[in-house]
Write a protein that binds this ligand. Structure first.
Ligand code: ATP
Ligand code: MG
Ligand code: MG
Length: 369
């Protein structure tokens, strides 16, 4: 059969692989880890660093199509790979989304609203910038940040030192106005080479300690706001001539105003609910998009709540599974249940979102912090 090569062996790669295997694809994965979540379900495992050109060459030789499951791959190596392999997503989107400065420029070009921002080139420059922006604001590293790491919130003058230390350590950073949003949502868009697009039903995302805790679908926003959010995501997909999957994180104010926060060029944690709740999951659609197959309907079959299981939740969750027949349980096959490490998730389909949310809130599992 045809072989799909995946760069990255984490849970996103694993769920991509599981979807692709249903259609009969052979899976090859490149990852440095031993027994990675994706490696456990792949047919061919190449154990090496992501920028190891010999390993990439080996992956290219084995694969008919290559995709990736995370955004911090060396963009140069990916560009080099795109010359010797079929990498329909290209390397440009990775180059843009791993750099907040380039990402924000692109979002401006796509004419979508974003929080006012400025690049702090030197630590001294922060005074002038904050004077014109005012408090509160957020300083973010340009590269390498995730789960709120590499960020400093500025509430007052007292916080400037910490932000300066960040710039000193990490180099130029982005300062953006703090948006007092009501909700965070995400729109996941797929596009194939023929230009067909779909969006997944919009997820409302609740973070705890800057890590996604829960996604609620459909997001509890007005239908007209939801339409605008989809339109913005499609506008971005169009601007970059997307092939594959793009997750667009957004803020929504009480009055329904929207700002695009950031992008992920891959299936997204907030789209995991689609495995059970949608006609076509984000992983199936990703595979279809990179193979230039026609895209299928992503219609929502039932309302859903997805809750992440972090290291500290695994034991209580596992003990509780037998009591909850309506839980769909996904563990990613990671050996070490470290604090805050994403170990799995649970999806619940429901006819009564509010009641399910209340049940989840009262569950003892997520009280283990
Ligand atoms: P991820 O793990 O999603 O990649 P990240 O570290 O790249 O996260 P962001 O998504 O930019 O960081 O920010 C993390 C969280 O911080 C957001 O989900 C949001 O809750 C909050 N946040 C970020 N920027 C702003 C802002 N301008 N105004 C208000 N809150 C913000
Ligand atoms: Mg991010
Ligand atoms: Mg984010």
């Amino acid at each position: 059969g045809q072989t799909i090569g995946i760069i990255g062996g984490g849970q996103l790669g694993r769920m991509m692989a599981l979807a692709a295997k249903e259609a009969g694809f052979v899976i090859a994965v490149l990852d440095p880890g031993e027994n990675s979540p994706c490696g456990q379900v792949a047919d061919i495992v190449i154990r090496a660093a992501f920028d190891d050109r010999d390993a990439l060459k080996k992956l290219a030789e084995q694969s008919d199509v290559i995709t990736y499951e995370f955004e911090n791959i060396d963009a140069e190596a990916l560009t080099w790979l795109s010359d010797i392999a079929y990498l329909p997503q290209g390397a440009e989107l990775i180059r843009i989304t791993q750099n907040r400065r380039l990402e924000k420029k692109m979002l401006e070009q796509a004419l979508v609203p974003i929080a006012p921002y400025q690049v702090i080139e030197h630590e001294q420059g922060i005074y002038d910038i904050i004077e014109s922006f005012g408090f509160p604001a957020i300083v973010k590293t340009i590269t390498g940040g995730y789960d709120g790491k590499g960020q400093v919130k500025l509430n007052s003058i007292e916080d400037l030192q910490e932000a300066q230390a960040l710039v000193k350590e990490k180099g130029p950073c982005v300062l953006e106005s703090f948006i007092s949003f009501d909700k965070e949502i995400s729109v996941i868009v797929h596009r194939n080479a023929s230009g067909e697009t779909t969006t997944l039903p919009i997820a409302e995302n609740i973070h705890v300690n800057h890590i996604l805790h829960e996604s609620i679908v459909p997001a509890r926003i007005e239908p007209d706001v939801s339409e605008v959010a989809k339109k913005l995501a499609l506008q971005i997909a169009d601007e970059i001539k997307l092939i594959g999957t793009l997750a667009v994180e957004m803020f929504v104010s009480l009055s329904g105003e929207i700002w695009v926060n950031e992008l992920a060029p891959r299936p997204h944690n907030s789209g995991h609910y689609s495995i059970e709740a949608c006609e076509t999951s984000q992983f199936h659609q990703h595979i279809r998009a990179i193979c230039n197959w026609p895209l299928k309907s992503t219609a929502l079959l039932k309302h859903a709540v997805m809750v992440n299981l972090l290291g500290q939740h695994v034991k209580p969750a596992f003990d509780a599974v037998s009591q909850y027949p309506d839980w769909s349980v996904h563990f990613y096959g990671k050996a070490e249940a470290k604090q805050n490490r994403k170990m799995g998730h649970i999806t619940i389909l429901t006819d009564d979102l509010e009641m399910t949310l209340k049940e989840m809130q009262e569950s003892r599992i997520w009280k283990t912090t």
